[in-house]
Design a protein around this ligand. Structure first.
Ligand code: FAD
Length: 416
């Protein structure tokens, strides 16, 4: 294949790559997406946040998704022992979407990529990026392997790396750094939900908290299947023996609330496992490239922030890049890296405070504080750039402070 010359190369056709591609295509740039796999393909990350609806709407990808009738997600339920903590996205501090979806990603991502192809984006499936050379002025030559194993070059003014766990540029340019999130692993799969109860109970996204470090997700889909997954410290996940099916089936027994519903539910494929899933990078951009979505950073699944971060970062990169390609002066550090880090920092606090137990103290303390709940709900809906929300602005202090106050109150009442 002869060399290709374009404005922007996008690596990966997940939600991040599709949102970046849709925006730049709408602006008339000459772009190309290369995707290693064949779609539809399985990927984990099925519980979305309302904030990502803003992104799909802005780039013209919302209507195709609406037509798919995915299960509507109006909030999230957390269970611990007999206490239930229900977040309702219509009761949140920040204005914004009150709902989103819970989706089998194979179908969801397939709709997105087909829509950008329909809009004219050039997407090559089974084409894998295997090497890259970026000159001092940012112009790049990327080596791509086609399905027959032949290599060819793509010359681009800019590369957006949306390769998810492929983490193409972090690997090729040595940008990886250890994550500061405590190490956890996960085992997950899909079942045919043969005992699904009627009504809301059957469709609710739930996080069943087994102990401070261990939790179990239940994400029902509109196609009658449900995603189930365990998250825990490596020692917990490693303590189960056998195939991933056997391990997941033994783990179900730990959930008093759900065991009966899922004990006979047939698994739809051999469950998958991911070890030490948190990822970080030394930098979010460089001359001639930017990293978006999981290729840049992944924290933890507990607040379902992955896809929303993937689309937020993709849209931001596409906007800054549009200005740059039009000859305007842009400040990548300010306009991209600092912006994204601000949101990542808020979620990182919530994830860390989840595993210290402080956030769980706030979620499960009774009676609930309605004002605090509304503010935390806005964070869980993905609105983590709203500084009018004290639980965003002072995220590093408030969760700790409130948990401390609750602990003091509990100690006082126990000593009476
Ligand atoms: P992806 O969707 O992974 O897409 C990247 C694409 O790049 C892939 O299609 C891949 O084939 C392609 N690619 C890779 N390498 C190459 C290459 N060399 N050349 C060309 N193409 C390449 N997020 C949520 O929002 N909600 C959840 O409930 C949730 N649960 C999770 C549970 C677990 C256990 C884990 C580990 C993560 C979870 N996530 C969740 C995170 C979610 O999986 C990711 O954040 C999200 O998929 C990132 O989207 P993306 O577009 O960046 O990458």
């Amino acid at each position: 294949m002869s060399d290709i010359h374009i404005d922007v190369l996008i690596i990966g056709a997940g939600p991040s790559g599709c949102v970046a591609a849709a925006y730049l295509n709408n602006k008339g740039f000459n772009i190309k997406v290369v995707e290693k796999s064949v779609f539809p393909r399985f990927v984990i990350g099925e519980s979305l946040l309302p904030r990502c609806m803003d992104h799909f709407e802005e780039v013209g990808l919302l209507e195709c998704l609406k037509a798919a009738n995915f299960e509507i997600k109006r909030g999230a339920r957390f269970l611990r022992d007999d206490v239930v903590c229900n977040f309702d996205f219509s009761k949140k501090h920040t204005d914004g979407w009150n709902w989103t979806w819970q989706v089998p990603r194979a179908d969801f991502d397939n709709i997105l990529v087909n829509e950008i192809i329909k809009k004219g984006v050039d997407v090559s499936f089974q084409h894998e990026v295997v090497g890259v050379n970026i000159a001092d002025d940012g112009a790049s030559t990327t080596i791509v392997k086609d399905p027959d194993g032949n290599e060819y070059n793509i010359h681009a003014k800019f590369i957006i790396d949306s390769s998810g766990y492929g983490r193409v540029l972090p690997r090729l340019l040595d940008l990886e750094k250890p994550s500061t999130i405590p190490e956890h692993s996960s085992i997950f799969g899909h079942v045919k939900d043969i005992n699904r109860p009627e009504g809301e109970e059957g469709t609710l996204i739930t996080f069943d908290v087994l102990d401070k470090d261990t939790w179990f997700w239940v994400i029902p889909f509109s196609n009658g299947n449900t995603s189930l997954g365990f998250v825990g410290k490596n020692e917990f996940i490693d303590s189960f023996e056998g195939t991933t099916s056997e391990r997941l089936q033994t783990m179900f027994k730990q959930s008093d609330y759900y065991y009966k519903r899922f004990k006979d539910a047939p698994l739809l494929f051999e469950p998958k496992s991911i070890r030490n899933y948190s990822k970080a990078v030394k930098q979010f951009y460089g001359k001639g490239f930017a990293l978006t979505g999981n290729s840049a950073e992944f924290l933890d699944p507990v607040f379902s922030s992955g896809v929303t971060f993937a689309t937020e970062s993709a849209l931001k990169v596409a906007k800054v890049l549009t200005k740059e390609l039009r000859g305007e002066t842009v400040n990548w550090e300010e306009d991209y890296a600092n912006y994204i880090k601000k949101g990542v920092d808020v979620f990182a606090t919530y994830v860390k405070e989840w595993y210290t137990g402080n956030l769980q103290t706030l979620f499960f303390h009774r009676p609930e504080n309605p004002e605090v709940k509304k503010q935390i709900c806005a964070v869980l809906a993905g609105y983590v750039w709203d500084d009018t929300n004290p639980f965003v602005k002072k995220h590093d202090r408030l969760v700790k402070t409130f948990a401390h106050l609750i602990h003091m109150e509990q100690e006082k009442s126990e000593s009476i």
